[in-house]
Design a protein around this ligand. Structure first.
Ligand code: BG6
Ligand code: MG
Length: 223
């Protein structure tokens, strides 16, 4: 058996910290101002998706896709982002999700490379607020890739920068689009969250507390 785990590539929002909830709060408020309401089930479709694409999906839900000019849409996306930035400005290292710090430490101890693959343009700010930048051997954010998840580009770029083959990587995601991106990159996909929403993943945990080094290694080698 020559299968070998060399790297773990993490999504940020909803995996390392609960910023998925902040994105939800900020989008929900903007949508309500536009007379559009959406629930958590619809929100699953926004996870992992770029800022502009998220806005387009919300407008389409409210049958308002053609109501705004491009400049107006940019202003709406900007408004959501200003709200989101206010929410993340209060974050501290205490906002790391359960088990994440232990997992990062253990991966380092075991000489497994660590990457970040985030669709967010705010990724560096969040990582700074959490004070975990030193754990990452590479950070690939929205500014560095052309194609959004579910396209595999962001995960493939991270693997390339880490100097490892995709088949030796685990990708960790809370989004449907993210799990699809990991699978398209030919990596082992771990989903964090709802079993039904993330059913394409190779291994699913309900919360990050179950994301222990032993559990993910066991799952990887079992395949
Ligand atoms: C992803 C989130 O990580 O980043 C999405 O899951 C978000 O909800 C996307 O829309 C883009 O983030 P930002 O910070 O650039 O608006
Ligand atoms: Mg996410």
């Amino acid at each position: 058996m020559n299968k070998q785990l060399k790297a773990v590539i993490f999504d940020l929002d909803g995996v390392i910290t609960d910023t998925a909830e902040y994105h939800f709060i900020a989008w929900k408020q903007l949508a309500e101002e536009l007379g559009i309401t959406f629930d958590r089930a619809f929100n699953e479709q926004l996870k992992g998706v770029s800022r502009m694409e998220s806005l387009e999906r919300i407008l389409a839900l409210g049958s308002q896709a053609d109501r705004y000019t491009m400049a107006e849409k940019e202003a709406l996306a900007h408004k959501k982002n200003e709200h989101y930035k206010q929410l993340i400005a209060r974050m501290t290292p205490d906002d790391l999700l359960p088990g994440i710090l232990d997992l990062l430490r253990e991966l380092k101890r075991q000489n497994i490379k660590i990457g970040l693959a985030s669709a967010s343009k705010n990724a560096f700010t969040v990582i700074e607020r959490l004070q975990i930048g030193a754990y990452f051997d590479t950070i690939v954010d929205a500014a560095k890739v052309k194609n959004s998840k579910p396209h595999p580009e962001i995960f493939l770029t991270a693997a390339e920068q880490l100097g490892v083959h995709p088949s030796t990587c685990i990708g960790v995601e809370d989004a449907q689009a993210g799990v699809a991106a990991i699978k398209a990159a030919n990596m082992f996909a771990i989903g964090v969250g709802d079993k039904e929403a993330l059913k394409e993943a190779d291994y699913i945990v309900e919360t990050t507390a179950d994301l222990t080094y032993d559990a993910i290694v066991r799952a990887f080698y079992r395949e």
